[in-house]
Design a protein around this ligand. Structure first.
Ligand SMILES: Cc1cc2nc3c(=O)[nH]c(=O)nc-3n(C[C@H](O)[C@H](O)[C@H](O)COP(=O)(O)OP(=O)(O)OC[C@H]3O[C@@H](n4cnc5c(N)ncnc54)[C@H](O)[C@@H]3O)c2cc1C
Length: 450
């Protein structure tokens, strides 16, 4: 949990804390004030920690469980601890943020200096991301199934940061010490026992999942850039050749690290269905001031290498044989193109699906992949590609905001289709809202690309 080293978890949105029932059990305002006001006076570095000798709790640095299914692995500790106490005491950390995260990192790095190498050079956004990750884990503990799934994913994900068995103890000991520090005199025996139980559980599930994953996958893949095309101002299409097979499904994304920014990972959707050659194509838009996107678009050339993490993401081609309605904004085209390619590849052995793709851009030169899409269209006559421009007054085709144009031009004709929507979050939200008037929600698949 404590190890979402570089935004390993999405920012908390609707899963965040607002209105969370468990929080209302605390007088959060009082907790915030008391914690925040006491932070300054008590925050004196790790030598000044209170209650150090009381209720010492050591998170077991258990031997590797050797993999296996954590759900059935009898060596895993039980999901039995006082969750209310864990949540209530964790709220002190939230109230005292960012000091609590500063303290946490200070402890981790002071007690295990080698852990510093796991993190990016700049820690500026790290504190918020870490707290968001911790919060998601703590609140997931309500449901054993949900938290096990989350922890297993985190255990696997953290392999790409270089996290190994020996790091878990350092992180979880530091988290426990941070809670103890910030709750001060409220650190009682039962609170200590609750944290011991929770952290042993969290640590064991993550370690078991990481070990099971290590038995079948490398922590990352080295990939060479074999083509690099600047297709429109600020958008490049790159083809990468991983040095060993990278498993993924159409619609998934892969974390990418460039050599210029060690330990900084960003997800990019793969824009093609898996090929026998193993090549993967990415569509990358350079965002102003963005570390990884600018490096890939403006500072990379053929022959450079990047690192790829394991593929992830839930969007995939529904095996229903229904026609497809696809709505892609900007580089949101990437996963949608992979899904379309897969549907086309499956056509000879199954039902030939009708595919309608609305692809949105501001101006014509922003339609960075139109040529390729038109080739695909001529190879598969049931595919119809419809460009929509939002800022091109003289354009003879469809103009306007993508979701509204899709809605106005036959959204309701697609009620029997599977809909795929990907692009900027606002576009995705609006498009899914409009489509849901005519297409059942279970048939709408979407993937915002913040
Ligand atoms: C599941 C998923 C799939 C994605 N797939 C793709 C993809 O196929 N192609 C693609 O180009 N991107 C994709 N992204 C976005 C990508 O992961 C990065 O967030 C983006 O490239 C910015 O990273 P950076 O390191 O360049 O910027 P950072 O260094 O992280 O950010 C620098 C600054 O830019 C701002 N910023 C970050 N993202 C954006 C944005 N999109 N627009 C404007 N400002 C921004 C930040 O707030 C910050 O101020 C995807 C994101 C997700 C979550």
């Amino acid at each position: 949990m404590a190890i979402a080293l570089d935004g390993g978890l999405p920012e908390p949105g609707s899963d965040g804390l607002a209105g969370h029932p468990a929080l209302s059990r605390l007088d959060s305002t009082a907790a915030r004030h008391s914690a925040a006001s006491s932070v300054k006076s008590r925050y004196g570095g790790i030598n000044g920690r209170p209650n150090d000798s009381e209720f010492p709790v050591q998170i077991a640095r258990a031997e590797s469980s050797g993999g296996g299914d954590p759900e059935t692995d009898s060596r895993l500790p039980a999901h039995e601890f006082d969750l209310g106490l864990v949540k209530e005491s964790f709220a002190y950390l939230m109230a005292a943020s960012p000091d609590s995260m500063d303290y946490f990192y200070e402890r981790v790095f002071a007690t295990s200096p080698d852990t510093r190498t796991l993190f990016p050079m700049s820690m500026s956004t790290q504190r918020e991301r870490m707290l968001a990750a911790m919060t998601q884990v703590i609140w997931s503990l309500d449901s054993e199934a949900a938290c096990t799934e989350l922890l297993e994913r985190l255990g696997r994900d953290h392999r790409k940061f270089g996290v190994t068995e020996r790091h878990y103890g350092a992180f979880f000991d530091a988290l426990r010490d941070t809670v103890r520090y910030f709750i001060g005199p409220d650190w009682r025996a039962e609170v200590a026992a609750a944290w011991q139980g929770a952290l042993e559980y969290v640590s064991a599930v993550m370690r078991a999942a990481a070990a099971a994953d290590a038995a079948k996958s490398p922590p990352w893949w080295i990939a060479e850039i074999v083509t690099h095309e600047l297709r429109s101002p600020g958008v490049a299409v790159l083809t990468l050749a991983p040095s060993q097979p990278l498993p993924y499904q159409s619609g998934q994304y892969v974390p990418v690290q460039v050599t210029r920014w060690p330990r900084v990972w960003r997800p990019f959707s793969v824009a093609n269905t898996p090929r026998p050659s193993g090549l993967v194509t990415l569509h990358v838009k350079a965002v102003p001031g963005g570390l990884v996107s600018n490096s890939l678009v403006h500072h990379s050339v053929v022959g450079d290498t990047v690192l790829l993490g394991a593929a992830a993401g839930e969007v995939s081609l529904a095996d229903t044989g229904r026609d497809l309605l696809c709505v892609a904004g900007g580089t949101g085209l990437a996963p949608i193109k992979a899904i379309i390619e897969q549907a086309i590849a499956a056509a000879p052995s199954g039902r030939r699906r009708k595919i309608t793709l609305f692809v949105g851009a501001r101006q014509h030169f922003d339609l960075y992949d139109l040529e390729d899409l038109q080739l695909l269209e001529s190879a598969y006559p049931l595919l119809r590609v419809i460009p929509v421009l939002s800022d091109a007054p003289g354009y003879s085709g469809l103009t306007g905001m993508l979701p509204d144009v899709v809605h106005a031009h036959g959204g309701s004709m697609f009620s029997g289709a599977e809909a795929y929507v990907c692009g900027p979050p606002q576009m995705v939200t609006r498009a899914t809202a409009l489509l849901s008037a005519s297409i059942p929600l279970a048939q709408i698949h979407y993937d915002p690309q913040p």
